[in-house]
Write a protein that binds this ligand. Structure first.
Ligand code: TRP
Length: 453
């Protein structure tokens, strides 16, 4: 059944479960691991502001567009697009949105699982007390020794993939509800504790200053594209993940307020992560632009110096792993739901197959930190850089742009209006302007500027 009031994959029991699940998808490694390191690589303050602007002007409308489309079609993104195209006599080319999402999903999942595996490794490390009182140099060594050993990375990657496949096999709804109900609030709480600790550090004000000073000179077309890519990544946009979740949203939920809450929660966690990590960086004289290792070097260092650090540190990496798993599930959902619909296949079987494909792809990321550290892929320094470039800077923004265009122009105004609960009139026009013109134009401009800039 398509376009009804229920999805065959189940329904969120109420609007708050959708908020929690979508926040579970949005809040993940992108906030805690990726946001701080990208801020560091792009020089801080100005980048953060660009990022916030992208969240508000591009992210929120596109997230709304994804929920509208998903809830209207009530199927996997590919079949939702097919259904809406047929119903409204649009070009079949729009299904490419769904397919590009599937490709992006495989690529993102492949490296996401590897990094989440690092968090699992650090649960063990913190729990064993091995990091108590570590120096910056020791924390750095531990991390680089870990990366140099592909077998270790593969072990943790495999474990995390197995956990993801297990949960996603049970259905997003059943598998997720418990996870998001307890672990999301716990993660918020622990971030507050860490924030309190960061405030006591000598480097606190320098860290805050780094994140919020406005240095125009660091605004380059590339930084703008990176900020936009991060906005898409952190909100799980541009590849149909939110569209897939939107298919399970009860018809009565208000889309605007729901999406705003999700975006706010997500942004809070990212900013908090930055405010925890940069004071540690400055207090210990570390590099802001050290890249993907930033969280894995700074956070153990902080816990190493704190009373009960081993305990808190273990909990922290546990929560990061949970945040990662609730995200990983949503990355796989569009492809999974599609194969289940298309072949009437068993969810668990499909989950294992898709997980295996993505696991193999992930070896490219594993080797990017050791065997293939010097192997360039199409102009990118490593396979990992290639995968993040293609997804964050190409597939997600373009996917998001076409999603906004579809919701803005291809869907009839009456359909969108009833999804949003708008009567005809000025609000409908404003929405069309934002979703159909402003958001896609912003994506296009940023994209072209960085291409030719
Ligand atoms: N948003 C998640 C994070 O910040 C990652 C994620 C989940 C994602 N689903 C996605 C990214 C879909 C892009 C597209 O960790």
């Amino acid at each position: 059944m398509a376009g009804g009031t229920e999805s065959r994959h189940g329904m969120w029991s109420n609007r708050w479960l959708f908020v929690l699940a979508a926040a579970g998808s949005a809040v993940g490694l992108g906030n805690i691991w990726k946001f701080p390191y990208i801020v560091g690589e792009n020089g801080g303050g100005a980048f953060v502001i660009l990022y916030l602007v992208c969240i508000a002007l591009v992210g929120v409308p596109i997230m709304m567009a994804e929920v509208i489309i998903g809830r209207e079609g009530r199927q996997s993104p590919i079949n939702t697009m097919r259904h809406l195209i047929k119903q409204h006599h649009r070009s079949p080319a729009w299904t490419l949105i769904g397919w590009s999402g599937v490709v992006a999903g495989f690529l993102i999942l492949s490296y996401y699982v590897v990094i989440a595996g690092w968090a699992l490794f650090y649960i063990m490390q913190m729990g064993s007390g091995a990091l108590e009182g570590v120096s910056a140099a020791e924390a750095d060594h531990l991390f680089s020794d870990f990366l140099a050993d592909p077998w270790q990375l593969i072990f943790w990657q495999t474990l995390f993939m197995a956990m993801t496949v297990f949960i996603i096999s049970r259905g997003v709804i059943g598998g997720l509800e418990t996870a998001v109900r307890w672990f999301m609030p716990a993660l918020f709480l622990l971030m507050v504790v860490l924030l309190g600790y960061a405030m006591t550090l000598d480097g606190w004000s320098e860290g805050v200053n780094f994140m919020f000073r406005f240095d125009f000179s660091s605004i380059t077309p590339d930084a703008v594209l990176a900020a936009m890519g991060q906005a898409f990544f952190t909100l799980s946009l541009g590849m149909g993940a939110i569209m897939a979740y939107g298919a399970y949203v009860p018809s009565s939920a208000s889309i605007f307020s729901t999406v705003t809450i999700i975006a706010l929660l997500d942004t809070l966690v990212a900013i908090a992560a930055g405010l925890v990590i940069f004071p540690i960086v400055f207090t210990n004289g570390l590099e802001t632009a050290q890249g993907p290792g930033l969280m894995f070097v700074t956070v153990p260092l902080a816990f190493g110096q704190m009373p009960f650090g081993a305990l808190f540190g273990t909990i922290f990496f546990l929560l990061v792993s949970f945040a990662a798993i609730t995200s990983a599930i949503s990355i796989g959902e569009p492809a999974l739901a599609y194969v289940v619909e298309e072949y009437n296949a068993k969810r668990s079987r499909v989950a294992i197959t898709l997980g295996a494909i993505s696991w193999v792809l992930g070896l490219g990321t594993v080797f990017s930190f050791n065997y293939w550290a010097e192997v360039e892929i199409l102009g990118q320094p490593t396979f990992f850089d290639f995968a993040t470039f293609v997804t964050d800077k190409v597939l997600l923004p373009l996917g998001g742009m076409f999603i906004a265009l579809f919701a803005g122009w291809a869907l009839p105004g009456t359909v969108v209006g009833s999804q949003l609960g708008l009567k005809e009139g000025p609000m409908g026009i404003i929405w069309k302007l934002i979703c159909g013109v402003l958001a896609p134009a912003a994506v296009l401009v940023v994209f072209l500027a960085s291409l030719f800039g």
